[in-house]
Design a protein around this ligand. Structure first.
Ligand code: SAM
Length: 271
């Protein structure tokens, strides 16, 4: 496998049953618009194009995009764009009247997290998603609090989406086979956040800081991550009934939101 193919995560799906199961998860209908991330050689594209009203495929590899565009040149409802799914402007999407916007993709694993964050940020225009990910990342997305798998990706995704690991996929389903197991995640954006967090950038910063040193006590981890005095962070946590000696992985999304709000209040009072 060339360095370029490895960097772009080009493991192409060869198992037709898996491809069909991915598409079935979001069940595109003729009124729907599908955005496919990283169509590659088109393992999912024909199924998606056959069922959806319109398909926009985002492929960063020019040669693959050109080949796929040629293959679908006679299908006016398919648009293949040479584009980076991390930075593409999902805000350009418009929900078809009476239809949905669906996102489907077998993601390049090396950049799956920035793509996921871009999709979560685009939640207002997205109705449903089926995404193939590295198993470990898929499990993180859907993890409940209380275990080692739960982390900032779980919190930041579940704030805005229902996340469920739908099924696992073994390396042999791809060519060349990846070194890791894979899983397909069903992600459904919520119409309102699970918890009102106020300033979302502030919430993100607190969550990331808390998990940046996950073996440390919450108070120390957040203080270290945000360069704040430990006593201030401890006071903010205690003010909302959170023991600062807990570990980040034990906090629910509601508790992270309360901590972020309390920290802002304590800091404002101190200023
Ligand atoms: N969907 C195909 C399949 O299932 O066989 C290909 C999946 S392959 C795991 C990932 C694809 O994403 C590759 O075609 C790769 O070129 C493309 N890709 C990699 N980085 C990308 C990015 N930032 N934006 C869009 N596509 C990307």
């Amino acid at each position: 496998m060339s360095d370029k193919r490895r960097a772009l995560g080009q493991h192409f799906l060869r198992d037709r049953a898996v491809a069909r199961a991915i598409v079935d998860l979001v069940a595109p209908a003729s009124g729907d618009l599908v955005v496919e991330i990283g169509p590659g050689e088109g393992a999912l594209t024909a199924d998606l194009a056959g069922r959806a009203g319109r398909l926009i495929a985002l492929e960063v590899d020019r040669a693959l995009a050109v080949r796929l565009r040629e293959r679908f040149s006679a299908v006016p409802t398919v648009e293949v764009l040479e584009a980076d799914a991390r930075t593409w402007d999902y805000g350009l999407l418009e929900r078809p009247s009476g239809g949905r916007v669906l996102v489907v993709g077998n993601l390049p694993y090396s950049v799956s997290k920035p793509i996921l964050m871009a999709l979560v940020a685009a939640r207002e225009v997205v109705d449903d998603m089926a995404l193939m990910l590295q198993l470990e990342v898929a499990e993180r997305l859907a993890a409940p609090p209380g275990g080692k798998v739960y982390g900032s990706l779980s919190v930041l995704t579940q704030l805005h989406c229902e996340a469920r690991v739908a099924f696992r996929v073994p390396p042999g389903a791809f060519k060349p086979p990846p070194k890791v197991d894979s899983a397909v995640v069903h992600l459904t954006p919520l119409r309102a956040p699970r918890v009102l967090v106020g300033d979302e950038a502030r919430f993100h910063a607190v969550v990331r800081a808390a998990f940046s040193q996950r073996r440390k006590m919450l108070g120390n981890a957040v203080a270290g991550g945000l360069a704040l005095p430990v006593d201030l962070v401890r006071r903010a946590a205690e003010a909302v009934g959170i023991d600062p000696a807990r570990r980040a992985e034990t906090l629910t999304i509601e508790e992270f939101a309360a901590l972020a709000r309390s920290l802002a209040e304590v800091r404002a009072r101190r200023a």
